[in-house]
Design a protein around this ligand. Sequence first.
Ligand SMILES: [Zn+2]
Length: 140
Amino acid sequence: MVGDVLTPEQRSYCMSQIKGKNTKPEVALRKALWGLGYRYRIRNRLPGKPDLVFISLRTVVFIDGCFWHKCPDHFVQPKTRAQFWLDKINGNVARDQRNNEVLRSEGWKVVRIWEHEIKESLESAVGCVVAVLKKQGGDF
Ligand SMILES: [Zn+2]
């Protein structure tokens, strides 16, 4: 079993890479919002599988990795297989935009946060989400 040869750190790193879920910035944001009284769902079948879904407030939050979603500040083009990666990542960006449109057309408020925003300041990332949730009627 793979689990037997990896240290816990390696294993959790691998899992976060495979599933793209439960990465540290995402968990930090989630916990902070939960602490403020906001309740959300993680598992969902909405377009693009948002990281957080606030059902009654009709709001979804995506936490976008800087590389995979082509952050303007941190995306660095890989030197090897450059075209392959560029196509793949441009595909992700196009899909993000399509998912945003579909969600908005279904009445969802869409919030996208860069992973680096959470790493730089959890407080301001939380503030950004809370501002939207309040507008959507979620004032605690
Ligand atoms: Zn970034």
